[in-house]
Ligand binder design. Structure first.
Ligand code: AMP
Ligand code: MG
Length: 362
């Protein structure tokens, strides 16, 4: 069983030694907690896939220290092939990497030192520089980048505290470094930079499309809207899912159209305890009146609707709902307001993968 330890100098040294020997370490970052291994060591990387039960087609992200977080240094280290990018694409990468350290992952031409196992056989590699002092302190002790996908079993809810990591992967890790709760709470925004500096958003995150467009001074395409553009492997299957059956409502409970309302009532009548994910505290106080005759526990993601607070608390709130011992979980739209590609988009993306839509349920 692994231990949660404070990030003291001796514990960081011990974590670095464990990684050099090919072991796994629980790593805090500003997005979610990762399960880290030496990214260029195929045996170590294979331990990540085994611990998570992660499908081998789902590539890993390389985490680098601040000193290496630019195109020239990544190329020198053999992680990226800069000359496979045209000058315009290089300029865009340089602009985007100004946001490092931070919750942004760039998909770039793979360099010669990166094993195929790490990138699931792709000729591109995903790179990120995490904005967390513990992650940086560990990376600086190593002479290799770290592969560090979220420290949960594949498909389950991402961890945002060291206790979550212990619960998910406690048996597989040497140490879990305690870096406190994650400040961002959602996985990084993943972006592909292609010919002529074209930018495609592969996975939405807290760094939103408008910010990316300002940074690159050009359009950012959304991969799901266009099947011809590059896609991010591993995102299509079900993700972030509680173990309790989880249904997403298309509107707030009280606003459901009659046929769906009947369907929900029928479904709710077979449950004795129902957990509901709501957007604001006010929504959570209203919901129980909507479902009379059932024990309802409604948890709000935000006090008054701040999307950053919602992102930070999404995964811990899903865990709390899953721990209720309920027969059924419901999600009201989170957030109800529609900002097509802002932070709202990332939140809706995670919920869409975590829950089944009420109208799709057999
Ligand atoms: P995570 O599981 O949060 O570490 O994120 C890894 C995700 O990054 C994968 O599931 C992919 O969606 C994306 N990714 C990693 N490497 C690549 C790549 N070479 N090309 C496209 N997407 C990638
Ligand atoms: Mg993950």
């Amino acid at each position: 069983m692994s231990r949660v330890v404070p990030p003291t100098e001796p514990n960081l040294d011990a974590a670095a030694a464990h990684l050099r020997a090919g072991g796994l370490v629980g790593l805090p970052t500003e997005t979610v907690y990762g399960v880290a291994a030496h990214a260029l060591d195929t045996q170590a990387v294979s331990r990540i896939y085994a611990a998570k039960d992660r499908p081998s087609f789902n590539p890993l992200i390389l985490h680098v220290p601040v000193e290496q977080a630019n195109l020239a240094a990544l190329d020198r280290a053999g992680l990226v092939r800069a000359n496979a990018l045209d000058p315009e694409a290089q300029r865009v990468v340089e602009r985007l990497s100004e946001r490092w350290p931070g919750p942004l992952t760039l998909v770039l031409p793979k360099g010669p030192r990166v094993p195929d196992l790490t990138t699931a056989g792709l000729d591109t590699v995903a790179i990120r520089c995490p904005d967390h002092p513990v992650a940086q302190a560990l990376l600086r002790r190593l002479d290799q980048p770290l592969a560090a996908p979220s420290a949960n079993r594949s498909g389950r809810i991402s961890p945002t505290s060291p206790q979550d990591v212990l619960e998910e992967l406690g048996d597989a890790l040497g140490l879990i470094l305690d870096g406190g709760p994650c400040a961002e709470g959602l996985e990084s925004t993943v972006v592909h930079v292609g010919p002529a500096g074209s930018v495609t958003l592969l996975r939405p995150g807290t760094l939103d499309r408008a910010t990316l467009e300002r940074l690159t001074d050009g359009p950012v395409h959304i991969s799901e809207a266009d099947p011809a553009r590059p896609r991010s492997p591993g995102l299509d299957h079900r993700h972030y899912a509680p173990q309790t059956p989880f249904l997403a409502l298309p509107t707030r409970c009280g606003d459901l159209p009659e046929p769906l309302w009947r369907r929900l009532r029928e479904r709710a009548s077979r449950a004795s305890v129902i957990g509901v994910l709501c957007w604001t505290a006010e929504d959570a106080s209203r919901v129980p009146r909507c479902l009379p005759g059932v024990e309802v526990h409604a948890l709000a993601l935000t006090h008054h609707g701040d999307p950053h607070e919602g992102a930070r608390r999404l995964f811990s709130t899903l865990r709390a709902l899953d721990a209720l011992g309920a027969d059924l979980l419901l999600a009201e739209p989170c957030p109800p307001a529609v900002d097509p590609h802002g932070l709202d988009f990332a939140l809706r993306d995670r919920l869409r993968r975590a829950a089944t839509a009420l109208h799709d349920e057999p």
